[in-house]
Design a binder for this molecule. Structure first.
Ligand code: AHG
Ligand code: MN
Ligand code: MN
Length: 342
C-alpha cells in the first residue's frame, strides 16, 4: 500500500527547495527568533513586495500607459526622470508606510530622505535604494534592476540632514538587488553570505535559487562603457588595451549595473566605471549603488575599489556622492590595480 506521507528522496529535495521562501531564509540566516530577526525578515519581505509590484508593472509595458517614457522632470542628479523611475520610487515608499519597520528612506530620485514619522519610534532602520537601475534599458525592454542597502539609524536625526548616513559602507546591515530579467531575481546578504531567489509568479513568492554564492576568483569578462575611452586617464586606457590583446577575454556591457554585476557574480570578471574628464568620481552613486553592490561582492569573496580605496571604506561627504567603481573577481580587480598603480 502506498504511504502518501513518504516521498522518494528526489521529490523531497525538490519540495524542500520549493518551500524555502525569502522571509523564511532571512529568519534561518539570523538563527534566532528574536524581534530583530522578525523585523529584518519583514523588511526583506517588504522589499520583495516592492520588487514584485515593479516586475508586474514592467510586464505591462506597452499595454498600459505610463510604463514607458519620461515624466518631463529632472532629478537631483540632473537626469531625466522616466515614468518607471518615479513609479518604482513610490512603490518603495508605499511598501514601507505603516510598516513600523523603516524610519527613513533615501533614494536616487529624492533630494532628501523621506521620513515616515509614525514608524520612527519602533523602526530604526534606514533603507537606501536605487528604484530603477539601468533606466535607459526600460524603453527597449532590456534587463534593469533595483538596488537596496539597509542601515541602522543612529541618533534621532533631528536636523533631518541624515548626517549619520555619511559613514562607511561597513555600517551596512544588509544589501541586495532585484534583477528584472528573463525572470525576476532577488539577491541579498545580511553579512552571512550571498543568496539568490527566483520569483515564481504563479505563487507570488521568491523561492531559493542558490545559497552562499561564491564569485569565481578570476573571469574572462570585462564590463565597461568603452564609449568613454578618451575621457579616462591613461592607465585605465592602458588596462583596456591590454584586455583587447588577451585571447579569451570578452566584453559585456548591458547599460544596467545590476545586470552586469549579476553576470559577474555568477561567472566572474570585472565591472568598471572609472572617473572621467570633468567627472573625476565617475557616474555611480556610493550610498545606494556602489556600496551595496560592494557589500554583496565582498560577501561572495570578490572585491570593490575606487582604485585608491576599498569602496566599503569610502566615507561620503553627501547623500548623493559618487565614486569611481572597479568591482568583481579579486584577481581581475588586482589586475586593474596593477595598471593604476604603475
Ligand atoms: P541609473 O539608471 O540608476 O541612473 O543608473 C545607470 C547606471 C548603471 O546602471 C549603468 O551601469 C550606467 O549607469 C550606465 O551608464 P552609461 O550609459 O554612462 O554607460
Ligand atoms: Mn543606478
Ligand atoms: Mn536609478
Amino acid at each position: 500500500m502506498l504511504d502518501s506521507t513518504k516521498l522518494n528522496p528526489a521529490d523531497e529535495i525538490v519540495l524542500g527547495r520549493d518551500f524555502m521562501t525569502l522571509s523564511q531564509h532571512v529568519l534561518s540566516q539570523i538563527g534566532t527568533f528574536s524581534a530583530e530577526a522578525y523585523d529584518l525578515s519583514a523588511l526583506m519581505g517588504r522589499i520583495g513586495l516592492a520588487g514584485k509590484t515593479i516586475a508586474r508593472h514592467l510586464s505591462r509595458a506597452g499595454l498600459v500607459e505610463n510604463v514607458l517614457g519620461v515624466t518631463g522632470e529632472v532629478n537631483v542628479q540632473g537626469e531625466a526622470v522616466k515614468n518607471m523611475d518615479r513609479y518604482a520610487n513610490r512603490v518603495f515608499l508605499r511598501a514601507f508606510e505603516q510598516s513600523g519597520l523603516v524610519c527613513r528612506l533615501a533614494s536616487e530620485e529624492m533630494e532628501k530622505p523621506y521620513y515616515i514619522p509614525e514608524n520612527c519610534p519602533i523602526g530604526r532602520y534606514t533603507l537606501l535604494y536605487d528604484p530603477i537601475d539601468g533606466s535607459s534599458n526600460i524603453d527597449v525592454n532590456l534587463a534593469i534592476g533595483s538596488i537596496f542597502s539597509i542601515r541602522q539609524q543612529e541618533g534621532n536625526d533631528e536636523s533631518g540632514e541624515a548626517l549619520d548616513l555619511l559613514q562607511s559602507g561597513r555600517k551596512q546591515i544588509g544589501a541586495g538587488y532585484i534583477l528584472y530579467g528573463t525572470s525576476t531575481m532577488f539577491i541579498y546578504s545580511l553579512g552571512k553570505g550571498v543568496h539568490a531567489f527566483t520569483l515564481d509568479p504563479s505563487i507570488g513568492e521568491f523561492i531559493l535559487f542558490q545559497e552562499h554564492i561564491k564569485i569565481p576568483n578570476k573571469g574572462s569578462v570585462y564590463s565597461v562603457n568603452e564609449g568613454n575611452f578618451w575621457q579616462w586617464d591613461e592607465p585605465m586606457r592602458e588596462y583596456v588595451r591590454y584586455m583587447h590583446r588577451q585571447v579569451g577575454n570578452t566584453a559585456r556591457y548591458s547599460g544596467a549595473l545590476v545586470a552586469d554585476i549579476h553576470r559577474i557574480l555568477f561567472q566572474g570578471g570585472v565591472f568598471l566605471y572609472p572617473g572621467m574628464v570633468g567627472h573625476e568620481d565617475g557616474k555611480l552613486r556610493l550610498l545606494y549603488e556602489s556600496a551595496p553592490l560592494a557589500f554583496l561582492i565582498e560577501q561572495a569573496g570578490g572585491r570593490a575599489t575606487t582604485g585608491l580605496q576599498e569602496i566599503l571604506d569610502v566615507i561620503p561627504d553627501r547623500l548623493h556622492a559618487r565614486t569611481p567603481l572597479i568591482i568583481g573577481s579579486s584577481e581581475n580587480v588586482k589586475e586593474v590595480e596593477s595598471f593604476l598603480n604603475k
